[in-house]
Design a protein around this ligand. Structure first.
Ligand SMILES: [Zn+2]
Length: 178
């Protein structure tokens, strides 16, 4: 997607845009050096500092932009957003009201809470997968074996069962569930 600097929001998720504006307002971005139309920023994140490089071309097009933070979702990260705003401010093309209401990236699927270690794609696959049907292919003894093995890695499963099904009433609810 070829975008001018003042259109960067079109490749930015709404939440990331707000976080980037907030970073800018906290002056977390510092221009480290500039050579012609290439800008090098140091941005103070929550725990680490990140390096942002932005290269602009003809008519203020974003030719290249990168950040060394771990952000891996779609669009620009908040460190790049804070840096973009700083450049726009230098260019006197910055109006926070306009920015807050600018067109942002279309989200194909709304954000879903995903367990740690799962990518959004894993989560999507699981939703389309017949988990109950898959579990039913295991015998009772196989399931006990699998659960015991899992509990050696992570006690949470045991704690879950113990806490939720200690009471006989809770267990009879499972028996009635089909
Ligand atoms: Zn970043």
């Amino acid at each position: 997607m070829k975008l001018k600097l003042n259109e960067f929001t079109k490749n930015t998720r709404k939440l990331v845009l707000y976080r980037g504006i907030h970073y800018y307002q906290q002056s977390r971005e510092k221009l480290d050096k500039q050579s012609d139309k290439t800008y090098y920023y140091d941005v103070a994140g929550q725990e680490n500092n990140y390096k942002v490089v932005v290269n602009l071309g003809e008519e203020n097009m974003i030719v290249f932009s990168s950040c060394d933070c771990p952000y891996s979702a779609a669009g620009y990260c908040k460190h790049q957003v804070a840096s973009f705003i700083d450049i726009l401010h230098q260019q006197e093309d910055f109006d926070i009201k306009k920015l807050e209401n600018a067109d942002v990236m279309e989200e194909k699927t709304p954000e879903q809470p995903v367990p740690d270690g799962w990518s959004p794609a894993d989560f999507q696959r699981l939703k389309d997968f017949d988990v109950a049907g898959y579990l039913a292919t295991f015998s009772r003894d196989e399931l006990i074996y699998v659960m015991l093995n899992y509990m050696q890695i992570d006690m949470k499963l045991f704690m879950y069962i113990f806490h939720h099904y200690m009471v006989e009433e809770a267990r009879s609810n499972i028996r009635n569930f089909n």
